[in-house]
Design a protein around this ligand. Structure first.
Ligand code: NAP
Length: 308
């Protein structure tokens, strides 16, 4: 336990990420008061039963009153709605942040509605699972994962430092970059891989020559790993693609070119080139394991190994 970093923290949206933050804040004693808001009465009921907060609110506006740190943990596409709702009730000097998987769009949605007397410091914890809702969260989710902060050009350095301290206290490593750079990096490391998983699982399900039951019965390790990713929350991922359109389309263009090149290499039996690529990609996985961002265990269906 450390000293509280904030008097009152308001968490808006008590799903996987919001409830993980609430649990970690509670476990580490980082706030005097945790206020929780969610539009779903069922989720508020679960949050109460799980003891996730000190006060529960159906409206985000009520939750942010007196809060020193406000974290929006809703799907990216709901960011503007949240900003509009809370703008009048924010305490002067409060830090307003979020956890969205896309940063440029969240800034464009929230900034125009926030009063000048608060500090917007967007953030993205690169940690998650394919599960959603308040029961899916756990306090250790952010440990040894990266949290990327994308401050605005005129963000108050003290507010950025306070938010960095908060994420480090949750166990994360903190990196700072521009929103545009974040959105490009995440397009290649997270968004396009999810799109590929959604596509391959969709294609397999649609193949007329292979029945659905055969897809399930003979699903090999590679396909099963894709199905885990493709089981991710439909609302969250719909919003990620709609709100990181440019970067995703740019990366997809490059991906498609490389895929066509692979197709040619297979057609023309270019064994050396295939072997060379597969050796390079194997080294990348070893590098990720070496950095402690993955385990070597062939453990399909694990809880904590994917990011949004
Ligand atoms: P989640 O488990 O579905 O939780 C989202 C919660 O927000 C739900 O309780 C949802 O209620 C509520 N909500 C939606 N719109 C709202 C609104 N307008 N006002 C108040 N509450 C609202 O999703 P999550 O996985 O925690 O994702 C939340 C955010 O974290 C997203 O922006 C996502 O991009 C980001 N993120 C996710 C991951 C990941 O792997 N899952 C990783 C890093 C960052 P309903 O169920 O009623 O809609």
């Amino acid at each position: 336990m450390t000293d509280p970093l904030f008097g009152r923290i308001a968490i808006i949206g008590i799903g996987l990420i919001g409830s993980s933050i609430a649990r970690a804040v509670r476990a580490r004693g980082l706030a005097g008061h945790i206020a929780i808001a969610d539009r779903s009465p069922d989720h508020l009921e679960r949050a109460e039963a799980l003891g996730l907060g000190d006060s529960l609110h159906a409206g985000a506006d009520a939750a942010v009153v007196g809060a020193d740190l406000v974290i929006s943990c809703v799907p990216v596409g709901a960011s503007e709605e949240v900003a509009k709702l809370i703008s009048r009730d924010l305490k002067p000097g409060a830090i307003v942040s979020d956890v969205g998987s896309v940063k440029g769009s969240v800034i464009r949605q929230m900034q125009p509605h926030l009063p000048a007397h608060v500090h917007l410091v967007p953030a993205h914890p690169v940690a998650g699972t394919e599960f959603s809702g308040p029961d899916a969260g756990f306090a250790e989710l952010f440990e040894n994962r990266w949290c990327i902060l994308t401050p605005l050009e005129d963000s108050d350095p003290a507010a950025v430092e306070a938010l960095s301290r908060f994420w480090r206290a949750l166990g994360s490593n903190v990196e700072t970059m521009t929103a545009d750079h974040h959105d490009l990096v995440l397009a290649i490391t997270s968004h396009v891989p999810h799109l590929i998983a959604y596509n391959i699982v969709g294609t397999a399900a649609d193949l007329e020559t292979v029945t659905q039951s055969e897809v399930m019965k003979f699903s090999a390790g590679g396909f099963r790993d894709f199905t885990r990713i493709a089981a991710s929350d439909p609302t969250m991922w719909r919003d990620v693609f709609l709100h990181n359109k440019e970067a995703v389309i740019e990366v997809l263009g490059r991906f498609t070119e490389d895929l066509i090149a692979l197709q040619r290499q297979i057609r023309w039996g270019e064994a050396d080139r295939l072997y060379e690529l597969f050796s390079r990609t194997r080294a990348i996985r070893r590098g990720i394991i070496g950095l402690g961002q993955e385990t070597p265990a062939p453990d399909f269906g694990r809880r904590t190994d994917k990011t949004g």
